[in-house]
Design a protein around this ligand. Structure first.
Ligand SMILES: C[S@@+](CC[C@H](N)C(=O)[O-])C[C@H]1O[C@@H](n2cnc3c(N)ncnc32)[C@H](O)[C@@H]1O
Length: 357
């Protein structure tokens, strides 16, 4: 029997990695397009994915005209879809649309057509987002995608979007989108017993995603702002169920305060300035300030420090704004460069190693 089709939504630029994760989980990738991977079946949700929706109806993309949208939606949902259960209290549901290309209608027009069709076929109360109205928290979320080829109608099988991590109870200005952090962790090629440094850890997203991917490594996150390290610590406590697995206050490899490998792998946080960091690490993963919401003044000297703390054969995975790419200029060999689009910005993930000269 063919498995259900699933729309896996992705951060622009990371579709290829989502497709890799889906394939590695044993599911067939049917097609990859901008911000979307269509797969057969849904296993362990891909960590790099933004969100996941199970498909209940498809039809050819209806094109530009508003009238054809109604016909397209009726063709995609000719009768009540067999939804296992309607999540959300009181049958409350909302619809969000993603529309590619120029159309003679807007996303709210499509959302309302789909919302009204679903309400008619399976009941429940449709909450339109038109005029900026925020639908109730406890609702089912439908997705309609017009990608130029196909009209997809799909339902999120979870109560929350996939990118909303339960551990992330605190953020700081400039906190990283968790799927992007998960992508960086994958690019870091982490191995058990690696010592991994995030010198601008903020609320800890990057190391928490890295720890999820490779729980056998040792992680140290530092930030000069005590409020950031407190946020990171509290997120880590939520992620690890309150289990502290690394003794704070022991020596970290190479000296300095922080943590050492004494009690098994884990994550530890320290309030320090990245420009003076000590230690020996196989990996540096980092989201330094971009100079947008947090000043980026100290970043060049912190980056110079990375050559000193990296083991031979070590790697850096860093996300920077395009104008900061030259921070890894002389003295670094860039092995990979991946552009992404997050919240209207276009940063670049760089994978680099110290050059020999
Ligand atoms: C973009 S935020 C990092 C966000 C983090 N990845 C997260 O998801 O929450 C940059 C962080 O760098 C810290 N920072 C700025 N200059 C620093 C320095 N010289 N040393 C250490 N931390 C610094 C800021 O306090 C801020 O928390």
């Amino acid at each position: 029997m063919r498995s259900a089709l699933v729309l896996v939504r992705a951060v622009a630029g990371l579709e290829w990695m989502v497709a890799e994760e889906v394939t590695a989980a044993g599911h067939r990738v049917v097609e990859v397009s901008k911000r979307q991977v269509v797969a057969e079946g849904l296993g362990r949700p891909p960590r790099v994915a933004d969100d996941v929706f199970v498909v209940y109806g498809t039809a050819p993309d209806p094109g530009r005209s508003r009238a054809s949208v109604m016909a397209g939606v009726r063709a995609a949902l000719p009768s009540a879809p067999d939804v296992p259960c309607a999540p959300g209290s009181g049958g409350a549901f909302a619809v969000s649309a993603s529309v590619v290309g120029v159309r003679n209608f807007n996303r709210y027009d499509v959302e309302d057509v789909v919302g009204e069709r679903i309400a008619r076929l399976i009941g429940g109360t449709y909450h339109s987002r038109r005029h900026g109205v925020v639908p109730p928290e406890d609702r089912a979320e439908w997705r309609v995608v017009l990608d130029g080829k196909t009209l997809w109608i799909a339902l999120r099988p979870y109560a929350e979007p996939l990118h909303r991590r339960p551990y992330r109870q605190h953020t700081v200005p400039g906190s990283l989108h968790p799927p992007v952090a998960a992508a960086m962790a994958r690019l870091a090629d982490l191995a058990p017993n690696h010592h991994v440094l995030d010198p601008f850890c903020g609320a800890g997203t990057l190391l928490l995603e890295a720890h999820h991917l490779q729980p056998g490594a040792y992680y140290l996150g530092i930030d000069r702002d005590p409020a950031a390290t407190a946020a990171a610590h509290s997120n880590w406590t939520a992620a690890s169920g309150g289990v502290e697995r690394w003794a704070a206050g022991t020596q970290r490899r190479g000296g300095g305060v922080g943590a050492g490998g004494a009690r098994g792998a884990g994550v530890v946080w320290g309030t320090e300035d990245a420009r003076g960091v000590e230690g020996v690490f196989e990996r540096v993963v980092s989201n330094p300030p971009w100079g947008v919401r947090v000043g980026a003044g100290g970043v060049p000297s912190a980056v110079r420090r990375w050559r000193r703390v990296l083991q031979p054969g070590g790697l850096v995975v860093v996300i920077v704004m395009p104008e900061q790419v030259r921070l890894l200029g002389r003295g670094w060999r860039v092995l990979g460069r991946y552009g992404v689009a997050v919240r209207g910005r276009h940063p670049v993930i760089l994978v680099a190693e110290p050059s020999r000269s």
